[in-house]
Design a protein around this ligand. Structure first.
Ligand SMILES: Cc1ncc(COP(=O)(O)O)c(C=O)c1O
Length: 394
């Protein structure tokens, strides 16, 4: 391994959101926060170095995103994910969630229906509600092995002429699925039949565990390309959320124009010059770092799984294929959602996301972010093991 993930800088006294909000959310600063989806792993040195180099020029003014930044992203998307975009397809965005909000504004009207597949990352349903669109909830269903899949019959029975947009999460947060070509094709068919535009949030697409392979929605077919808005970025992969830079790819000119009208209304502009160089260096120099990170995350996932196996009638780790977010099925503990949260914060001293925040299907679940260094993972396991051992006298 060229890169070292065994330890990382402490975020205790930084302004990291997952630490600063501890007291407010969990009632104690002793809680080890494993909730917000960024990593307690250092942002790669080559990214920080690129920023330092840029700062050698003493003027930090308005700058356009350089073509070279999008060119390296296009190359990455082609080589890693087999999807081809052109420079003209790409737009700067400071945030995937903001891009989603623009898509809702652009492709639906007040009162129209927008499809969201729960349990899901909360901004999906919040954005729909904030825009006064109607939420069309199409819950995912669990298969016998615990993994989730789309409920196609439910979706077919619910879509109608007022359904304008589907917000796809691919790979999915929090259930960790990498959707197969067959699953995506079924979704595509429904969208084509009903003139539904697809906003495909692919922010987790670089964090996929072998042998799974991410399939960009826009890569399924020409028809899929024509109805897709793809949101992609480096925020998750390289722990760069603080640089606030991602992009949106829209190959259909008409859709791109419509999106751009809404986008211009809220003045997305071109972001920060420091983000441009960070973004470019991540895509240019980050291939090996990404591969080694995924290997490291796989080990953390394995150790969490080993722990859950010990208490398997109480906690089940839903098998995941991507992301660093473990979706823990704690229904075997027979606790109310309130008591479940209390168990994790007060007994295990760990700050997780409550499953219910991902939709009502998340009742009895908790989400744990295992994107931490090896030493911090040992601490997470130690705390959880101790709390479970005491509770179940094992
Ligand atoms: C599926 C998904 N989309 C978007 C985001 C946030 O992206 P951004 O910070 O670019 O808005 C997250 C962060 O957790 C996420 O999990």
């Amino acid at each position: 391994m060229k890169y070292d993930f065994t330890s990382s800088a402490s975020r205790e006294n930084s302004n990291a959101e997952k630490y600063t909000l501890r007291e407010k959310l969990f009632g104690s600063d002793e809680v080890l926060p494993v909730w917000v989806a960024d990593m307690d792993i250092d942002t790669p040195e080559f990214v920080l170095e690129a920023v330092k180099q840029r700062l050698k020029h003493p003027i930090v003014g308005y700058e356009e995103v350089p073509t070279s930044a999008f060119e390296v992203q296009i190359k990455w998307m082609d080589e890693k994910h087999g999807v081809k975009f052109e420079l003209e397809d790409l737009l700067y965005s400071h945030s995937v969630v903001a891009s989603m909000s623009v898509a809702i504004d652009a492709f639906s009207e007040i009162g129209d229906k927008v499809i969201v597949q729960t349990p899901i990352y909360p901004p999906f349903f919040h954005s729909v509600k904030e825009h006064k669109r109607e939420l069309l909830i199409n819950p995912l269903k669990q298969m016998s092995d615990g993994r989730y899949t789309f409920d196609i019959d439910d979706l077919k029975s619910k879509v109608d002429a007022n359904t304008k947009l589907l917000l796809l999460c691919s790979p999915h947060n929090p259930v960790g699925r990498v959707w197969s070509r067959d699953e995506l094709t079924e979704i595509l068919e429904i969208c084509l039949e009903n003139n539904i535009v697809v906003f495909s949030d692919e922010i987790h697409s670089d964090l996929v565990y072998a042998p799974n392979k991410h399939i960009p929605f826009a890569s399924i077919s020409k028809q899929a390309r024509d109805i897709t808005i793809t949101a992609i970025g480096v925020g998750k992969t390289f722990n760069m959320a603080g640089f606030a830079m991602s992009s949106v790819a829209i190959t259909n000119k008409k859709l791109r124009e419509k999106f751009t009208q809404s986008y211009n209304r809220v003045h997305f502009a071109q972001g920060s010059v420091l983000s441009h160089v960070a973004f470019q260096s991540a895509y240019k120099d980050g291939s090996q770092w990404r591969d080694e990170l995924v290997e490291h995350l796989g080990k953390n996932y394995k150790s969490l799984n080993e722990l859950c196996q010990k208490y398997k009638d109480k906690i089940k780790l839903i098998p995941i294929e991507a992301t660093y977010l473990a979706w823990l099925d704690c229904r075997g503990m027979n606790l109310s959602d309130r008591d479940l949260r209390k168990f994790f914060t007060q007994k295990a001293k760990l700050g997780l996301n409550a499953g219910l925040s991902f939709g009502r299907e998340g009742s009895g679940f908790m989400r744990l972010n295992f994107a931490v260094s090896t030493s911090q993972m040992l601490e997470v396991i130690k705390r959880l093991d101790k709390a479970l051992r005491i509770k179940y006298k094992k």
